[in-house]
Design a protein around this ligand. Structure first.
Ligand code: NIG
Ligand code: FE
Length: 416
């Protein structure tokens, strides 16, 4: 696990959280025992039977959670949170029969959000994204991945990534940035996709990486995005710089992007509605995470399910994310994504919960996050006003998060 920036813990940094019930990974059913959890500084120092904390914590600050259910802080591992404007009119066009691909080919889609994002100033982008971030945080999210990709030029990609970094400073949330320069072809490069990939690989990526704005690199490999060959050039440029990679793959068609990403040791391949067994096996051998995005599946009224049983059978961990974006998933509720993953993709509640905690952390390379509650791990957790873990995937909109703690400090508290 990578380093955490933290000051050395003082005795006053010790907090004992008492009387909680930690939902175990892969929860299926059954009662969950009471425990206590001791935090020192930003990390979990001790975890065990209620009342059994070491003497050093008996005089520490104490919070009694009264038997509440606790999960790791939720992690939204795939978002396009920073973007200008919205695309409700395109939604209406799709309701009237146009397809997502038709709209994209006619100059709408991602490119219309590029226009809005280029036109927006940094503060307005920040404010728009902050509203969305706060909605996620109110549901126990303590870490989030945020992509660029609505700029497609140096200035606007930089603006987006700077906004993403600022969000992580303005709120107690861990932000991981992903450079998605290869999201769509900007209008000024029409019919010159290879030239645009040159710009991505030789200018945008190196410059923004040198500026400290990039934690990972993503590519949209699709008929309306970039070809396998173009995607591979981006993966090469990123991995040559030691950057982690991932890919939007097999969303609308089977292109082989997931298997290509596997060759480059990608953290994850995301969407995956059209993934085949060879792709699943390649992901398994590369130790990748399958990031499922039920919001996009739902909002595009897709009917081609991702191969959940193959992923299970081959032991590929499944993460879930909002994919929060103005075109295919205007979603700011990770709990709703759990609900959709259960109803639409037939995940169990335990799988859905693992998908927004430990597997989501793995999809981010565990950088600064863990998605697990264990000694030595960051003290990132969410406290829920529910009787059963199944309620986390059951309610559609009812606020149930009492509070969240991130790196040992309270990060969100419900007004209830
Ligand atoms: O994850 N698939 C490509 N990118 C986004 C959609 C972006 C948009 O339509 O604005 C996605 O679904
Ligand atoms: Fe996406």
């Amino acid at each position: 696990m990578s380093s955490f920036q933290e000051a050395s813990a003082q005795p006053s940094d010790r907090i004992l959280w008492k009387n909680l019930r930690i939902v175990p990974p892969g929860w299926q059913s059954g009662p969950i025992p009471l425990c206590d959890l001791a935090v020192e500084g930003q990390r979990i120092a001790w975890l065990g039977d209620a009342g059994g904390a070491p003497a050093g914590f008996q005089n520490a600050q104490q919070h009694d959670l009264g038997g509440a259910l606790v999960t790791p802080g939720l992690i939204d591992c795939h978002t396009h949170l920073v973007h200008g404007g919205q695309r409700a009119d395109e939604f209406a066009l799709r309701l009237a029969g146009a397809s997502y691909e038709d709209i994209a080919r006619q100059g709408g889609g991602i490119v219309s959000s590029v226009r809005a994002t280029r036109a927006a100033d940094e503060d307005s982008l920040f404010q728009q994204a902050l509203t969305r971030l706060d909605a996620l945080r109110a549901e126990g999210v303590t870490a989030i991945e945020i992509k660029s990709g609505y700029g497609l030029d140096l200035e606007t990609e930089r603006k987006m990534l700077r906004v993403a970094r600022r969000l992580g400073e303005a709120r107690p949330v861990t932000v991981r940035t992903t450079f998605l320069g290869a999201h769509a072809l900007p209008p000024e490069y029409t019919d010159r996709a290879d030239d645009y990939i040159d710009l991505v690989c030789n200018t945008l990526l190196p410059t923004l990486h040198d500026e400290g704005l990039i934690d990972a690199v993503d590519v949209f490999c699709e008929s309306i995005g970039f070809s396998l060959t173009q995607a591979e050039r981006v993966l090469q440029a990123a991995t040559q710089r030691g950057l982690a990679v991932k890919m939007h793959a097999e969303q609308l068609s089977l292109m082989g992007g997931a298997a290509l990403a596997a060759q480059y040791g990608a953290l994850s391949a995301d969407h995956l509605e059209w993934l085949d067994e060879a792709g699943v096996q390649a992901m398994r051998h590369a130790g990748m995470v399958a990031v499922l995005l039920p919001g996009a599946y739902y909002f595009l009224r897709d009917t081609h399910l991702p191969p959940i049983d193959l992923l299970r059978r081959h032991g590929v961990p499944m993460a879930l994310a909002t994919d929060c974006n103005p075109g295919t998933s205007p979603a700011t509720s990770l709990l709703l994504m759990m609900n959709m993953a259960c109803t639409l993709f037939h995940l169990t509640v335990g799988e859905a919960l693992d998908g927004v905690t430990r597997h989501a952390a793995d999809a981010l390379g565990c950088a600064g996050v863990s998605g697990r509650l264990a000694v030595g791990h960051p003290a990132d957790f969410a406290v829920w006003d529910v009787d059963s873990p199944a309620e986390l995937a059951y309610w559609m909109g009812l606020p149930r998060c009492r509070m969240s703690v991130r790196r040992g400090s309270i990060a969100f508290q419900s007004a209830r």
